[in-house]
Design a protein around this ligand. Structure first.
Ligand code: ATP
Ligand code: MG
Length: 230
């Protein structure tokens, strides 16, 4: 049996703002095997982004453990977590976070440069081409449509060939045709490259593409019943 890509073990996340404490996660558990495609659904404020930030190492758990490829993230300091993320985890946020003064291609090149990859420009061009943006390599984010920016953000997230891709509501603001084509793209990467995918979504059509559906409520994760596909 291969080791799972991700293990979430009794995770708590408590935010403290002055006197106010928000318990966003209270004992969350989940194991994701290599190559799985998991959709996470839950009400607004249920802790989905919190969970994604913890898995991505952008924040740390209040208690419990998050283990990616056998590495316990809580054992890493901030700098080590950033390096780990760059090497192993791709993240696409709720709103794209491209660097505005860099072109599409330069945005994709940047994480590769930080890892000292050779042929970064050639790889960026081929990733963007694969994602349907061959004609947009030298456009800056403000010269691209919302759907195109999301696709560039996916290419950035894939730049260093992550083991795990996290997508937080990335199709939320797109029309259904664009959103469908982006989900089809992710599904293809999942099937063809065995990319492990965790997608947060409010959209049942998006969730239906996943192999597994997980619900988050009361700070905990639970398996949804399997959905029959037509
Ligand atoms: N930095 C923070 N400081 C304090 N409270 C926070 C912080 N981030 C999130 N929260 C609170 O934690 C809870 C979970 O927030 P989170 O952003 O994870 O929800 P979500 O499921 O992603 O919601 P949405 O669907 O609206 O994006 C909410 O009650 C939110 O107000
Ligand atoms: Mg959110």
């Amino acid at each position: 049996m291969n080791t799972p890509t991700l293990v979430i073990q009794d995770v708590f996340k408590i935010y403290k703002e002055g006197d106010v404490e928000t318990v966003a996660l209270r004992g969350a558990n989940l194991t994701v095997e290599r190559g799985e495609f998991v959709a996470i659904q839950g009400r607004s404020g249920s802790g989905k982004s919190t969970l994604m930030n913890l898995i991505g190492g952008l924040a740390i758990v209040s208690a419990g453990r998050i283990i990616i490829n056998e590495t316990d993230l809580s054992r890493l300091n901030e700098g080590q977590r950033a390096a780990f993320r760059r090497q192993h985890v791709g993240i696409v946020f709720q709103s794209d976070n491209l660097i505005p003064f860099l072109t599409a291609s330069e945005n994709v090149v940047l994480p590769m440069t930080l890892e000292g990859h050779e042929n970064a420009h050639r790889r960026a061009a081929s990733l963007l081409t694969e994602i349907g943006l061959a004609e947009r390599l030298h456009h800056r984010p403000n010269q691209l449509s919302g759907g195109e920016r999301q696709r560039v953000a996916i290419a950035v997230a894939l730049a260093n060939e992550p083991d795990l891709l996290l997508a937080d509501e990335l199709t939320g603001e797109l029309d259904s045709v664009t959103s469908d084509s982006i989900m089809a793209l992710l599904k293809r990467l999942n099937v063809e490259r065995g990319l492990t995918l965790i997608v947060v979504t409010h959209n049942p059509t998006v969730a239906a593409r996943a192999g597994r559906q997980v619900r988050i409520s009361d700070g905990q994760l639970s398996e949804e019943m399997a959905v029959a596909h037509a």
